[in-house]
Design a protein around this ligand. Structure first.
Ligand SMILES: CC(C)(COP(=O)(O)OP(=O)(O)OC[C@H]1O[C@@H](n2cnc3c(N)ncnc32)[C@H](O)[C@@H]1OP(=O)(O)O)[C@@H](O)C(=O)NCCC(=O)NCCS
Length: 177
């Protein structure tokens, strides 16, 4: 199979951003993988996806990377930079600047092929240029596949855990390389 192209999303690609997000939210693992739902995503208007895509494509404190095979988007990760004193996705106060990896998704038919590794590498390079040291993420305690993948990629638990309405989230960090 052709290797995917790994790149940042482009300003005009809001329909592709929306469609990949909907595919991710329809994945069987979505309830333990993502904080939002298909219904929430469907309730957003075009302006929401256009703004989200503009931030992901051009923002200085956010970026979204995608894996593309031919015309098809087969995976994505996003990075959100948080200043000290900010609040993160799970409502915790951030002590030192950090780069959060969110929205991690590989299409079911493309898993186990190293695409996640390439996306995380792209996110890492971007985050390191922006400042914070390394990448931080949260993973649901029952998301065994994601936990195994993150461990393989060098992420380790920080010891910070949060109980959410859908269960326990474990924070992991990978230092800059
Ligand atoms: C999580 C996800 C991004 C990982 O990408 P991937 O291509 O599937 O990851 P890989 O196949 O490279 O790695 C998965 C690891 O889990 C292991 N694994 C697979 N199924 C497993 C299971 N049911 N239980 C435990 N480990 C499992 C694999 O052996 C592999 O480990 P290894 O590299 O040490 O052999 C992808 O599966 C996905 O998009 N899942 C749905 C959305 C999601 O959960 N996102 C993460 C939110 S935090």
């Amino acid at each position: 199979m052709t290797d995917p192209v790994i790149r940042r999303v482009r300003l005009q690609e809001w329909r592709e951003v929306r469609d990949l997000r909907l595919r991710a939210l329809r994945d069987p693992a979505a309830p333990i993988a993502f904080l939002s739902t298909v219904d929430e995503a469907l309730s957003r208007d075009d302006a929401f996806w256009q703004q989200r895509t503009a931030d992901a494509a051009m923002g200085e404190d956010a970026a979204q990377f995608v894996a593309v095979v031919g015309e098809r988007w087969v995976g994505s990760v996003s990075v959100l930079l948080r200043e000290a004193g900010a609040t993160d996705t799970l409502g915790r106060s951030v002590d030192v600047p950090q780069a959060d990896l969110v929205g991690v998704f590989i299409d079911g038919s493309h898993r186990g092929r190293g695409i996640l590794d390439a996306l995380v590498d792209a996110a890492s390079v971007w985050a390191e240029r922006a400042g914070p040291s390394g990448l931080t993420l949260d993973v649901h305690v029952e998301n065994a596949r994601a936990r195994a993948a993150y461990a393989r990629l060098g992420f380790a638990p920080t010891g910070r855990e949060v109980e959410t309405s859908s269960g326990r989230e474990i924070q992991m960090h990978r230092p800059a390389r």
